[in-house]
Design a protein around this ligand. Structure first.
Ligand code: G4P
Length: 529
């Protein structure tokens, strides 16, 4: 197959949701359609079980599963679909944010009874900022839940989306009769015992057809007619360009557990979801159709076997063809590298591949050369943008608990930070190290891994801070900036790229500081214009 054909076949996306909304179940059903797995229950949930914060076996189990399910690929209607897994647990949100830099679109799963939940809000906000095309799947229609119109309102208001329903439920919970698919004008009837078989649906281009009353009953038929009319009056019509530029979001209803509404979702997805998109670098815009290889590392996974310290770096291919054993430039290190056993992912297996194309993810064995955000090219100096660090919300000083092992501690901390487990800051005033994380769980992971993988011990001391802000002076020489640095000296530190950050103990402090020093800009992410 030609390069351009391969590119046009790729659809790379992520599924995001609040834990328990049904992401794992939906993923599994999608893989079943692709024939990539044979039975339900084959995809393991990657979530940390509730209350598992002190259970290290659970953390290890979690890491194992998340390697296995990092990328799940399958072929459907001749399209190569790559699903990038995102952890639902809020303590791993940073990992999810980074994965979102490697997707071309997302599906957001919402529980019909719970509606829009906090984790979904945060993740969708990141997608919106990046204008990532979104399809919404409202799940668990076999249960009692919120009214469909109320839910659509909630999605618009809480998630800031502009929705257009492409399917609509007939009843709900106990009375759930099925779904009218507005997209291809078909009626799908629900029966709780048709879990593994999927009916093609009944053509219904005209809802006035009295046949509808016979099939779903007069009341339900009339309600559906009214509701579909309302939908066409209230919501904008689906428009491919608007969906693909992130300004319109189609909505589907269904029940992943019952495999209901999933095929409709997948069929529509393969038709409308974008092919691999161009990506901005610091130097220029890289078009996916360019024949020279470019790609970037968005995730690094440590080997769980402590005897084999190598890691797996996940590279998203932006343009060109990635070839086994071809020399590529590791831009940050200015070093040529060859990879004799690049891994591709298929269903839950990984295997060595000769070639990969834009949209694909390759897993490269790494002995410590890669950091998140690193770029590979055929020689051009390109640095991809858009993998910012977000401000952590928990901060602790890290102390060495075994003076004989300070080198091991340093190495361990460096490598864990390269993997993106947490962020390390060094205070200007005394060089003390501070670890910042999104959730408290990471501190236990770090302590455990330092001991088991690097033979180092650490203790923590709480640092009651609210956020870090990345500092951007308008003019590094002006008196205001000098004054800021002098007054705030105790709160200034450097991140791993040596960028200056300001530790703020409250949002009030941030406001005050900003109004006192208006030429010193404070940012919540490490990348800004
Ligand atoms: P997550 O990955 O988003 O965290 O959610 P997951 O798929 O694990 O689903 C969370 C729970 O919701 C699971 O039940 C799952 O079976 C259930 N579920 C998913 N889709 C539907 C649906 O369409 N209808 C109904 N009624 N339930 C659904 P669990 O009891 O927590 O786990 P399990 O023991 O069934 O695996």
């Amino acid at each position: 197959m030609e390069f351009l054909e391969e590119l046009q076949r790729r659809r790379t996306f992520g599924i995001i949701s609040h834990p328990d909304a049904g992401k794992t179940t939906l993923t599994e059903k999608l893989l079943l359609f692709g024939g990539a797995i044979q039975e339900a229950g084959a995809v393991k949930s990657n979530k940390v079980k509730k209350g598992a914060t002190s259970d290290f076996m659970e953390i290890e189990r979690q890491r194992g599963i998340s390697v296995a399910t990092s990328v799940l690929a399958f072929i459907y209607k001749d399209k190569k679909i790559n699903i990038l897994d995102t952890p639902g647990h809020k303590d791993f949100a940073e990992d999810t944010f980074r994965t979102l830099t490697a997707v071309d679109s997302v599906i957001v799963v919402i529980d019909v009874a719970k509606g829009v939940e906090t984790q979904t809000e945060k993740l969708v906000e990141v997608c919106r900022m990046r204008k990532i095309p979104i399809i919404v799947f409202i799940n668990k229609l076999d249960r009692e839940g919120k009214d469909a119109f109320d839910l659509l309102d909630e999605v618009e208001q809480k998630l800031g989306l502009r929705v257009t329903p492409l399917s609509f439920p007939i009843g709900m919970g106990y009375d759930f009769k099925g779904i009218y698919n507005i997209w291809d004008k078909k009626l799908n009837l629900f029966s709780a015992d048709n879990k593994q078989t999927v009916s093609e649906g009944i053509e219904f281009s005209n809802l006035e057809d009295p046949e509808l009353d016979t099939i779903v009953g007069e009341d339900a038929a009339n309600t559906l007619r009214e509701e579909i009319e309302l939908v066409s009056e209230v919501y904008p019509k689906f428009d491919l360009t608007e969906y693909q530029n992130g300004s319109l979001q189609p909505v589907f209803f269904g029940s992943a557990l019952n495999n209901f509404g999933v095929k409709e979702l997948l069929d529509c997805f393969t038709e409308i979801a974008p092919t691999p998109q161009p990506k901005m670098s610091e130097e220029r815009l890289i078009d996916s159709k360019e024949e020279k290889l470019t790609g970037f590392v968005f995730k690094i996974h440590a080997n769980m076997d402590p005897k084999h310290r190598d890691r797996l770096a996940f590279v998203k291919i932006v343009s060109g063809t990635f070839k086994r054993n071809a020399p590529y430039l590791h831009v940050r290190n200015n070093k040529k590298m060859k990879f004799s056993s690049p891994n591709a992912f298929f269903a839950e297996k990984k295997e060595i591949v000769e070639e990969s194309f834009p949209g694909d993810i390759v897993g490269l064995h790494d002995t410590g050369n890669f950091k998140i955000g690193d770029t590979l090219t055929e020689g051009e100096i390109i640095n991809f943008k858009g993998i910012p660090s977000f401000s952590p919300e928990h901060f602790r000083y890290v102390n060495n608990a075994d003076p004989m092992k300070s080198k091991q501690l340093q190495k361990g901390l460096d490598q864990l930070m390269d993997e993106g487990v947490a962020q390390l800051f060094t205070l200007e005033i005394n060089n003390r190290k501070v670890i910042g994380t999104v959730g408290a769980l990471q501190y236990e992971v770090i302590q455990y891994r330092l001991e088991h993988e690097y033979g180092a011990k650490c203790t923590y001391e709480n640092l009651p801070m609210h956020k870090v802000c990345w500092v951007q002076p308008e003019d590094a020489k002006n008196a205001e900036y000098k004054e800021f640095r002098r007054v705030k000296q105790r709160y200034l530190a450097h991140d791993k790229h040596n960028q200056l950050v300001f530790f703020a103990d409250s949002s009030f402090t941030i406001q005050m500081t900003q109004s006192k020093y208006p030429t010193v800009k404070l940012h919540f992410t490490s990348e800004f214009e």
